[in-house]
Design a binder for this molecule. Structure first.
Ligand code: HSE
Length: 341
């Protein structure tokens, strides 16, 4: 499998490291993985014989631009060059998520699918805004568009829904879908630190978005509940269809008061029918201990589906982290390999 990776941030770097760490598994799976391209917005690396991942991992610690990598690095290596050269089986698209335009992710994903390449992405913007179109192209071309990383990283929310809830009507989806806010709320509840300190810790752990207001103002959760809704409930909803409230207006006193009443405040994304109308919302909710979502703690997340034929199911865990997100990309790569397309 010849791979091109676009996006060399925390998850991209962790993915390269993971390919090395899991080389034994790849061998066992008879997966001959070769990374031919690593690109970011300033240039990249191209090596038709496969980039030396050990050297790349060491180089990634240096903080230098990819163009300085000896062994194929150049500022002339662009996405257009990649398209012109061809010779790729799978594009791994990990550029930063733009929830307004989906770009440059949509262009990358669409172009790669048109080339007949499989695509694996952790980029929420394109999936939230253009899933139906992109998935139709993938299907026309006989390739896969895998998006397991986009709705909670390690949490198998979207693949669990697509594969294991197949054939059931999903009547509602609710979830704690953002590790950063879940972590901040718990740190504050346990009185371990202030809101600001907890946010810095989440940033240091590499789990907050590049623009952390997307986490704390609820937009990251909104993107994830929209992706789940549009894909699993076959809807075409947009951000403006979601009533979004984040955690920024919560005070330590709100959290303490809830705790004194035995409640835990969680940022909940929900899609459910009221009077035959699908209502999608994101807001902090004070949940009692008997509510299943109240047990998603720390950087963990949870999603709960209510279905017509498979009952009520909940998936919980999948703490946010760059290595966990990279592992979600690897999981999708294995799926493509094992299903033979
Ligand atoms: N910022 C996200 C979170 C990371 O905190 O869960 C991946 O979506």
């Amino acid at each position: 499998m010849r791979l091109a990776l676009i996006g060399n941030g925390g998850v991209g770097k962790a993915f390269i490291q993971l390919l090395l760490d899991k080389s034994g598994l790849l061998l066992k799976e008879k997966m001959d993985v070769q990374v031919n391209y690593v690109l970011d917005s300033k240039g990249g690396i191209y090596n038709p014989a496969g980039i030396d991942l050990m050297r790349l991992t060491e180089f990634n610690h240096s903080g230098l631009p990819l163009s300085r990598f000896s062994g194929g690095g150049s500022d002339q290596i662009t996405f257009n060059l990649l398209l012109a050269n061809g010779g790729v089986d799978v594009l791994v698209e990990l550029t930063p998520s733009n929830l307004l335009t989906g770009e440059p992710g949509i262009t990358h994903i669409e172009s790669a699918l048109q080339m007949g390449w499989h695509v694996i992405t952790g980029n929420k913007g394109p999936v939230m805004l253009a899933w139906h179109n992109l998935n139709r192209i993938a299907s026309d071309k006989g390739v896969r568009l895998m998006v397991g990383c986009t709705t909670g990283g390690a949490l198998p929310a979207i693949n669990g829904g697509l594969i294991d809830l197949a054939g059931a009507d999903i009547l509602s989806i609710e979830g704690v879908l953002n590790g950063t806010t879940n972590f901040i709320l718990e740190e504050m509840e346990e009185d371990r630190c202030t809101y600001e300190e907890a946010l810095v810790k989440a940033q240091q752990a590499g789990i907050a978005e590049t623009n952390p207001s997307q986490d704390v103002e609820g937009w990251d959760t909104a993107a994830k509940i929209l992706i789940l809704t549009n894909i699993l409930m076959n809807e075409s909803k947009l951000l403006q269809d979601v009533a979004v409230k984040g955690i920024t207006a919560l005070t330590p006193q709100d959290i303490r008061e809830a705790a004194n009443n035995g409640l835990k405040i969680k940022l909940v994304g929900r899609a459910s029918f009221q009077d035959d109308q699908l209502i999608i919302s994101v807001r902090p909710e004070a949940l009692p201990p008997e509510h299943p979502l109240s047990h998603a703690n720390g950087k963990n997340k949870a999603v709960r589906f209510v279905t017509d034929t498979l009952g009520e199911l909940m998936i919980t865990g999948g703490a946010s982290g760059t290595r966990a997100a990279a592992a979600a990309i690897l999981r999708d790569l294995l799926f493509i390999h094992r299903t033979g397309r």
